[in-house]
Design a binder for this molecule. Structure first.
Ligand SMILES: [Zn+2]
Ligand SMILES: [Zn+2]
Length: 170
């Protein structure tokens, strides 16, 4: 008999399923809204409706310089980021109601960036559960979550469903 999945695994699996809808070749992110174990919405990163997405028009890349620490040394590294897509967390907020979000939990495949975390902090959501790390904004996002009194946790020992994970390009 197959072991029954716990709720964290169940909802994170759905977030990974949603992420497979993304057409951005750089990053597939999925997010779901859960209220009292009830699924209230799913979203992924994508271009606005009716607008060519990354698979049709290519990614819209911007270059940024980022301070990266490695081996105890800080280095400035040039990175590319796709700005064509609305992030999964933001799409989730656009397609759900404020009332439904009060006290809810967001499961998201990737640790939210600063902008998404900032918006989630003002959205009624009270808990964020993520799987893959996003070190760039980690410090400021964690500080914000603490100030806001939100639960912020990373799923450990979690394996996404087969075939749902795309390679992340940085
Ligand atoms: Zn893209
Ligand atoms: Zn984001």
């Amino acid at each position: 008999m197959m072991a029954r999945k716990d709720w964290d695994t169940y909802f994170m699996d759905i977030a990974y399923m949603a992420s497979t809808r993304s057409q951005c070749s750089r990053r597939h992110v999925g997010a779901v809204l859960v209220q009292g174990k009830k699924l209230l919405g799913t979203a992924y990163n994508g271009a606005p409706m009716g607008v060519p997405d990354c698979s049709e028009a290519g990614c819209m890349l911007v270059e940024e310089y980022e301070l990266v620490a490695s081996d105890g040394k800080e280095q400035v590294v040039k990175k590319q980021r796709c700005i064509r897509t609305i992030h999964a967390e933001q799409n989730l907020l656009l397609f759900t109601d404020r009332e439904d979000r009060e006290g809810s939990v967001v499961y998201v495949t990737d640790q939210p960036c600063w902008t998404c975390a900032n918006m989630l902090a003002n959205s009624g959501v009270s808990e964020i559960v993520f799987h893959r790390s996003y070190p760039k904004d980690n410090d400021k996002v964690r500080a914000l979550m603490e100030q806001r009194g939100m639960t912020f946790r990373q799923l450990e020992n979690y394996e996404p469903p087969a075939g749902t994970v795309s390679e992340v390009k940085n």
